[in-house]
Design a protein around this ligand. Sequence first.
Ligand SMILES: Cc1ncc(COP(=O)(O)O)c(C=O)c1O
Length: 465
Amino acid sequence: MASTMIALASASLPASLSLRNNCKLKMKRGSFDHNALLKEKRNSFIKTKSFGRLTMVVAVNVSRFEGITMAPPDPILGVSEAFKADTNEMKLNLGVGAYRTEELQPYVLNVVKKAENLMLERGENKEYLPIEGLAAFNIVTAELLFGAANSVIQQQRVATVQGLSGTGSLRLAAALIERYFPGAKVIMSSPTWGNHKNILNDAGVPWSEYRYYDPKTVGLDFDGMISDIKAAPEGSFVLLHGCAHNPTGIDPTPEQWEKIADVIQEKNHIPFFDVAYQGFASGSLDADASSVRSFVARGMELLVAQSYSKNLGLYAERIGAINVVCSSADAAERVKSQLKRLARPMYSNPPIHGARIVANVVGNPALFSEWKAEMELMAGRIKNVRQKLYDSLSAKDKSGKDWSFILKQIGMFSFTGLNKAQSDNMTNKWHVYMTKDGRVSLAGLSSAKCEYLADAIIDSYHNVS
Ligand SMILES: Cc1ncc(COP(=O)(O)O)c(C=O)c1O
């Protein structure tokens, strides 16, 4: 009887509630099985439905993940998604910090192709790497950063562990801080690369910000920075961008770096460098490492996360490293053992392909000098469009506004000073995709589009408040 009624009822039900669609119907009267319902209740969402004179209890299977809400799109990577969906032919993607050629195409460096050919010829295997990564990579990456002749290298005072690019290396550093400096705070620039906060939040490390950007000058708020670093609790980690500050493109001068180091030493803080653009900012590997090296020359212990995403164009290979400079070789050995211990349950061991590319390029004198030339070319193209953008803005904007801050910035980004509403206008009216903080990636700009971008910036700056 019950089954007939269920069949009758289900015949008149919407498809979403039909038996075929995995919904279970139970009669409220008649042969109602409480135990079965209770069992289902654990995995199901129970609804009461009325169909004419019949009242039924409908047990609808729902996901155990029902309570998980939709995460917001990533503010940087989400920009690329919106760009792809735009069909306007003038559209420009200045959101993600990835190098493009003058034709606005992704670029694979020639030295990378050569290194990969060498690796193929050698028929190298794909065995697991040790937890700390490829030994040849770890040696060359630390030498590239500190200089091969640096006493910290000679005295084996650096704990270097291959990481999953810059992000993964920062994450390992954050895990080390969380475990061995419980309660210690990381202080970071305001603004900073958006992922810094995510990384520290996920590692459970407390953080706060120090002043960095001055909207009045679109330059560095050096006094604010110094007094906030001074005011941080003694022994804090001070997160610093080694070169080409992201998102502002504003770096301290060498003299300012010295003063920053003075305050950090006075307060017994620990410098924590993020070096994602070595060689890519100025075109010189040594110049871009000078901030880190000047701190090391003072005998300071410090952390440095490195990335090869930009300078070798190895974005998707996820290759980088975490380096911890210690005051003794013995301490470095112990720190390295703990970094390995932290890495093991996270990802076991790192990928080999990118590590081999770096080891082959940096470790081979011919490829190394070819790399330096290619890097100069990339950095040079960005400097050219930066100059051309400034020239176009100065020529077109008759208001007398001084746009020279653009020339003072360095690296792949320019902070335009545009606010959120103005940045929205750039996208909605001009099809220029950028982050809402007013940052544009000049690596995604061609000379041909500089004038168009200048028109968009002038319109957004003067006509939107
Ligand atoms: C300041 C900064 N740090 C770290 C990274 C990490 O990049 P990746 O994880 O690709 O090496 C980036 C990338 O944009 C960056 O701008």
